[in-house]
Design a protein around this ligand. Structure first.
Ligand SMILES: Cc1cc2nc3c(=O)[nH]c(=O)nc-3n(C[C@H](O)[C@H](O)[C@H](O)COP(=O)(O)OP(=O)(O)OC[C@H]3O[C@@H](n4cnc5c(N)ncnc54)[C@H](O)[C@@H]3O)c2cc1C
Length: 259
């Protein structure tokens, strides 16, 4: 079974983030890492290919500056190869522009299943995978907490507020996974060494047969109009428990309407 995993490479959340004062977008010029959200999709894909008795896991990523650090991490986990789309014409791409590019790259592979995370850690619109599904004319199932492939269909336990729904749909399909769908493996030393020589095909907008006017800033229909600093967190309240501490805890939870 051949699985494509969409993996986003993002600025390291541990490093201080910066916004471009002109575009108000996140500065993505430095080293990028594999979005932790996508390590679940990579692990799920590896397990599904194993369970099917064979097949390949292909990564697809769109990123500025031809960055591959995050892709190498996913290749070290066990993915076979990657397609990287990097092109100056993609600067300013919004979610739909990103989906157009990823869909065009996925079409070249023609996989049985496409996996993505429910939302990225840096943009978290949670819209890209469903747009990819629409552009490819595939069914999509979101918020998967368990994924099983049986023959020509995929069975998903889809997380809801109250529990989960069981959804089954024919392959090929696009499925978004939640953190917790599987436990991602740590890349082994052997995996890290092997990843260095795994193929990464780098493509441009023209290679994908897309018109530069429908992606990047010219094709973007979203604009960040303003940004403002998040409210500073207030100091917490310290309650000294002199036997009545539990009453204060209950009052506090009632205030929050949790109880
Ligand atoms: C006006 C505007 C301009 C922007 N300009 C830029 C820019 O110049 N450069 C830039 O990098 N970003 C830019 N962005 C951000 C970019 O559009 C988003 O990062 C992208 O649309 C994905 O949206 P998201 O992060 O909300 O993904 P979500 O929809 O939350 O992502 C869900 C999942 O989809 C997959 N996915 C999402 N994006 C990618 C990707 N790029 N590669 C592989 N898989 C992916 C991953 O599995 C991810 O976990 C811009 C956004 C706007 C609104």
């Amino acid at each position: 079974m051949n699985v494509v995993v969409c993996v986003k490479q993002i600025p390291d959340p541990a490093a201080p983030a910066a916004l471009d004062p002109g575009t108000k977008n996140l500065v993505r010029g430095g080293k990028l890492i594999l979005d932790d959200s996508d390590s679940y999709g990579v692990e799920m894909a590896l397990q599904l290919a194993d369970a099917a008795g064979g097949g390949e896991v292909t990564l697809v990523s769109m990123v500025p500056n031809g960055e591959t650090s995050g892709l190498r991490t996913a290749l070290a986990m066990g993915a076979a190869k990657a397609i990287l789309i990097s092109d100056d014409a993609l600067a300013g791409s919004d979610a739909l522009g990103t989906a157009k590019v990823l869909a065009a790259a996925i079409r070249r592979v023609g996989p049985d299943l496409v996996l993505a995370a429910t939302e990225s850690t840096d943009g978290y619109t949670g819209t890209t995978p469903v747009q990819i599904a629409e552009l490819l004319g595939l069914p999509s199932v979101t918020f998967a907490k368990k994924v099983e492939v049986n023959g020509g269909s995929v069975k998903v336990e889809r997380q809801t507020e109250a529990g989960y729904d069981e959804v089954e749909c024919p392959l090929p399909a696009v499925v978004t996974v939640t953190a917790g769908v599987v436990e991602p493996r740590y890349p082994s030393f052997k995996g890290i060494m092997a990843a260095k020589s795994k193929p990464v095909e780098t493509l441009t907008v023209a290679d994908l047969g897309l018109d530069a006017g429908e992606v990047g800033a010219p094709g973007a229909r979203q604009e960040v109009t303003s940004v403002s600093p998040a409210e500073a967190r207030g100091a917490g309240e310290i309650v000294v428990d002199e036997g009545e501490g539990h009453v204060r805890v209950i009052e506090f939870l009632e205030q929050l309407k949790v109880l």
